[in-house]
Write a protein that binds this ligand. Sequence first.
Ligand code: GLN
Length: 229
Amino acid sequence: MVTVGVLALQGGFAEHLSLLKRAADHISTGRGQQPVVHLAEVRTPEQLAACDALILPGGESTTLSLVAVQSGLLEPLREFVKVSKKPVWGTCAGLILLCEEASATKRGGQELIGGLDVKVHRNHFGRQLQSFVQDVDLPFLSRGKTEKQAPFPAVFIRAPVVDQMLHRADSPGRAIEILAKYPSNGEGDDIVALRQGNVFGTSFHPELTDDVRIHVWWLDQVIKALHDN
Ligand SMILES: NC(=O)CC[C@H](N)C(=O)O
C-alpha cells in the first residue's frame, strides 16, 4: 500500500484528491482490484511523515509558503523533497514552491521548498482574466503505449513558466527532463512540464479537468519508484 498525500493548506487540494481517487481506482482495477493507494490530506508534519509521495496543488504560492512556515511544515517539506527524495508533483503554485528560484513578488522574495534546479517566472501569462485552456502535447503520456495520446487540455491560471536552468555543482547526475513546452510545437524557452529525479512539475492544472491521464501516469511512476527502492 502506498500513501499519497496532498498538501491541504490552501488552493486546489480537493480537486487533486478527487482525480487521484479516480486514478487510484483505475490502477487498482488493472491490478486485480487490490487497492494499492491510500490518499491523505496533509496539514501537519505528522501527516507528512506518514506519506510516501506528495502533491502540492495550485493556489497562491506566497500564501502557501507563509502557511507552510506557520504550520511548521517548511523544513519537513524540504526534507521530504531533497533529503528523503520522495516523489512529489507540484501544479502551478505547487510547481513554483518546488523551484530553487522564483521571480520576485512585489514585496520581495518568498520562501521556497526547492528541488528543481531552475528559475520560474510567476504569472507569466498575465492576470486571472488572461486565464485560458490550451491543448498541449505531452509525449511522456504515450511512452510504452501503442497509440500516440491525444493532446492534454491544459488549464493555465496566472500560470508560471520555467525559463532558466540553474547549474549547481552539488547536483551531478540529476538531469532535468523537459516534458512539455508552450506552445507545444514552439522553439521557445517556456517550459510548462518538467521532471528532475523525484520532482515533477506542471505549470497548468490537470486537476481542474476531467482528464485523469497525468494523475494515472504519475501514480504509476510513484508505485514503480517505491518498488525499485
Ligand atoms: N493557479 C495558480 O496556482 C497560480 C499561481 C500564482 N500565480 C502564484 O504565484 O502563486
